[in-house]
Design a protein around this ligand. Sequence first.
Ligand SMILES: Nc1ncnc2c1ncn2[C@@H]1O[C@H](COP(=O)(O)OP(=O)(O)OP(=O)(O)O)[C@@H](O)[C@H]1O
Ligand SMILES: [Mg+2]
Length: 252
Amino acid sequence: MLELKGLSYQVEDNGGQTDILRGIDLTIPDNKFVVITGPNGGGKTTLAKAIMGLVRSTGGQIFWNGTDITDLSITDRAKLGISYGFQQPPRFKGLRVRDLLELASGNKKLTRDECCSYLNRVGLCAADYVDREVDASLSGGEVKRIEIATILARPGGLLIFDEPEAGIDLWSFAKLTETFRVLHGKGENTIIVISHQERIIDLADEIVMISGGKVVRQGPKEEIMPHILADTGGMCSFLQPNTDSCRQPKEG
Ligand SMILES: Nc1ncnc2c1ncn2[C@@H]1O[C@H](COP(=O)(O)OP(=O)(O)OP(=O)(O)O)[C@@H](O)[C@H]1O
Ligand SMILES: [Mg+2]
């Protein structure tokens, strides 16, 4: 179980303080598929990075399976089974795709067939990629899919994906959503996906909407989805769900 208690992140900005995360309280039970959504700049990526330890929260606590991980390093969090897929994945000159997959699986020696099966699951024709270097010669979408494949190769735990659909074509997107569905069906992982895509949101057990560094809505998909559709379809901003600036389109 993941528990965030009053999680805050504040940065020094132009001589003042800016609150990026403002006291986030969130509990995610084991094996749940949770989608975090909300407007650009709301704090989703920062929240994911704070859970992984890529940014150090400035207030509050993070518990993973009852252990306070607030002060643990990224490496120690990874050892406890937490992994994070970047919105814009880095490239690693000199490392082949198969090396990355082996590293992700905990330094296990993987057969070529095993490597290929991970790559197939993200819509890549495996034979073309398994021995390629993860360098600048790969397209943005290819790097993104390879990165998702490495997350699939990890042993069970907490998997965090930040906009996995970004830069992926329609065919691979269909494969990706299917992969998420199967991964969730196995019941071995707690999955957090940051996404703006209805088809990914639709896979969720629970939706969390983050705006202005806070949780503004949270609940089962059936309860939250109508609010999202109303907010976006009615030209309302998530940021101002209850203000006069939230107008419905004119009829006729
Ligand atoms: N180190 C920092 N210094 C100043 N501002 C920051 C810093 N880190 C994040 N921010 C700001 O905090 C806000 C939240 O950023 P974040 O990347 O978490 O948003 P997001 O919800 O992931 O948005 P998107 O949907 O566009 O990916 C943004 O306005 C961003 O510019
Ligand atoms: Mg983001």
